[in-house]
Design a protein around this ligand. Structure first.
Ligand code: FAD
Length: 463
């Protein structure tokens, strides 16, 4: 039986904001200099960067549902330094490791830039730079964290931007039951994602950008975007539909991977003191089936993880209703980490993130057709959307900037397998990850077990 949880309804974050009337649907034929498809962070940041460079540009954004309806209004609210994609693959590109290090620098700067933009425009996004505590509760997990930190340094993260922690060091950040060690990344900044995406849309409208909601692009051809109600004629068209890109770009180009979140009741000050979560760090763990969490501004734990990872045929899951089994899984992790407090769940929701076949981001603009895209953030999209949209905006304007030569520019991943192989592969991979977690805990493995290594290699996650 389902517990009394507010389930779906897009996200907890959006439900906390005042309801606002929908923006007008596109009706009839309009012209613009740039048409952007997708009103999430990527589409809106693209409009932001375009109009920052060229305030006179006529930009129209088409959003199928409402601004922030996709992952941008549903995510965990981590502005993170984690590079979306496989760094080793990026390093095989034009600029080698130097390109990856440059990308890493962009992420570190990007976190601060997003917060600065919000401040500049008076957006209250509940930003707090508490860092990211990654805990290990098994020896194998700890070994993975050591390897991860070494890879971070190898790929250009400055030494001061990651710190190793012993169990006491972990507890000094958050008292996670059973922690055997961890890492701390000081730059990660917690935000309220819905406040960011909604606020950004308002900023753009003040700049003269036109946003149409409930205006799904049904076809994109050079110079034309068509919706059920109208057309936009524009020489440049930028696709920013991430996990929802299948219908426009082909279901084998990117898959929608599901991520689910729950938010607890509001904890009391005394309970927060008991879990020792004073610094507002974002929390994640070293499990193969990892979780990510934040302490919300109103005093809840919002925690996410995979649950049912993928729907047959690249389904995108509507307004985010979440199966009870997934809610139970996330609740169990909360109880294991914080046994001394009541972590009863009050909200649950889910969303999809876009994953390319090798987990890498692709930003591209074809001058011949005037069509460009940004996609494939693999669940690390809050900072990435800001950066990748800047690459795309600058490419479409024909600018030659450091952002137009980042490793993700013109990066191509191979196609996903057709169904039913796609469904079978993704589900097998996550099943293996679950078994690997169970095995490592049971055996007390010192290193990642062969099952976890196999799943990681199958997934192409290793860098
Ligand atoms: C539950 C969850 C938790 C996450 N947590 C984090 C996190 O903490 N940190 C992090 O860095 N990343 C996180 N991510 C990933 C991050 O949210 C995304 O990578 C990022 O928001 C992608 O932004 P986007 O604008 O590219 O895509 P989206 O926000 O998905 O926006 C795409 C938009 O395009 C619209 N659209 C689709 N098709 C059409 C069409 N044909 N015509 C018009 N519009 C269309 C959709 O309605 C949607 O609004 C999370 C994702 C999920 C789902």
């Amino acid at each position: 039986m389902e517990s009394a949880v507010v389930n779906g309804g897009v996200s907890f974050w959006l439900q906390q904001l005042p309801a606002v009337p929908a923006r007008p649907t596109l009706r009839g034929a309009v012209t613009a200099d740039v048409a952007i498809v997708g009103g999430g962070l990527s589409g809106l940041w693209a409009a932001y960067h375009l109009t920052a460079e060229r305030p006179d540009l006529r930009v129209v954004v088409l959003e199928a549902e409402r601004v922030g309806w996709g992952a941008s209004g549903r995510n965990g609210g981590w502005l993170s330094q984690l590079i979306a994609g496989n760094r080793a693959r990026y390093a095989a590109g034009r600029e080698g490791e130097a390109g990856v290090a440059r990308l890493q620098r962009e992420y570190l700067d990007g976190i601060a830039e997003v917060v600065a933009v919000a401040d500049q425009h008076g957006l209250q996004i509940d930003a707090h730079r508490g860092g990211n505590l990654v805990v290990a509760t098994t020896k194998a997990g700890l070994a993975r964290l050591r390897a991860r930190a070494a890879a971070d340094l190898h790929h250009g993260l400055p030494a001061g931007n990651v710190q190793h922690l012993d169990p006491a060091g972990v507890a000094a950040h958050i008292d996670v039951h059973g922690a055997v060690g961890g890492l701390h990344y000081p730059d990660v900044t917690r935000i309220d994602p819905a406040k960011l995406v909604r606020g950004l849309a308002d900023v753009l409208e003040a700049r003269g950008v036109v946003i149409h909601e409930r205006s799904r692009a049904t076809s994109v051809l050079p110079g034309w975007v068509t919706t059920a109600g109208g057309t936009v004629q524009a020489p440049h068209i930028l696709l920013a539909t991430e996990g929802y890109s299948g219908p426009l770009l082909g279901k084998r180009s990117i898959i929608p991977v599901n991520s689910s979140m729950v938010a607890t009741r509001v904890l009391t000050d005394e309970e927060w003191a008991r879990v020792g979560w004073a610094g507002l760090d974002c929390l994640s763990d070293a499990a193969h089936t990892f979780i990510y969490a934040q302490r919300t501004a109103d005093g809840r734990i919002a925690i996410g993880g995979r649950g049912n990872p993928y729907r047959f045929g690249s389904g995108t899951g509507g307004d985010g209703h979440t199966p009870q089994a997934t809610i139970d899984l996330l609740s169990a992790r909360l109880r294991a980490y914080f046994p001394s407090v009541d972590t009863r769940i009050e909200y649950a929701w889910s969303g999809v993130l876009g994953v390319t076949r090798d987990w890498c981001t692709s930003v591209s603009f074809d001058r011949a057709t005037g069509i460009g895209h940004t996609l494939g953030y693999a669940g690390h999209g809050v900072t990435t959307a800001y950066l990748a949209a800047r690459s795309l905006a600058h490419l479409s304007l024909g600018l030659d900037t450091p952002h137009t030569t980042l490793p993700w520019v013109d990066y191509r991943s191979r196609s996903w397998e057709p169904e039913p192989l796609r469904w079978t592969g993704v589900h097998t991979m996550y099943r293996l990850f679950r078994v690997a977690d169970w095995w490592e805990e049971r055996q007390g493995s010192e290193q990642t077990c062969w099952i976890g290594r196999t799943a990681g290699h199958l997934a192409g996650l290793h860098d």
